[in-house]
Ligand binder design. Sequence first.
Ligand code: GRF
Length: 235
Amino acid sequence: MSEAGEAGRAAAAKGAGARAGGDQVYRVVVLASGNGSNLQALIDKVHGRPAAAGAPLVEIALVLSDQPGARALERAKQAGIPTAVCASASADTREALEATILETVRQAAPDLVVLAGYMRIVPSEFVRALPWRIINLHPALLPAFPGTTSIADALTHGVKVTGVTVHFVDEGLDTGPIIAQEAVRIEEGDTVETLEERIHTVEHRLLPRIVQLLAAGKVKPPLPGTRVVQVDWSE
Ligand code: GRF
């Protein structure tokens, strides 16, 4: 881990208290490509509220999408949250688009970036710019079933239990240190739709809780050379 990464680890471990000037607002940027039901859960459960008694206020400062028609953008607008669209049509190259996305996110000065149904691979520069400040929501128990077809893959494989993972984003694909997981049983006759519905129910509970814990400084990124994230679940 670089010096920047170490500084980021220490800052992330302190939650919002680590912000310059002791600002007691924890700024969250959400990246979403589609429906945004998890964004909605964040709007309903954490946006504009203290993360815990005596903890900073969580504010969703920006919702950014790579898809101009994403329902997530509508949800943000309805909640009065600023939005940005960085779509491939607006950039000459993929690199230019990724640079614009990173710059737009940085200008929002996030304490945390949440990938909630964001269908782009986050480039290494992005990860290095915001060490331990990017989390992803994944609809399987990683390291099983990474990628974009996890729910169907779990059904096809015939596993009896799948679930939800929230993890820090590193430079790999769905490989970052795991913050939290919750299991979902696969029932006889499940389809992608029925299983997805139960996974979403868990996601809508777990993701807001993890954002609150991060804002309250109750999630400690792994020590250098390790992968184990410490989470203080106490109320
Ligand atoms: C979620 O199932 C999440 O795990 C996956 O994409 C889905 C997004 O759903 N990465 P939504 O857009 O939040 O409804």
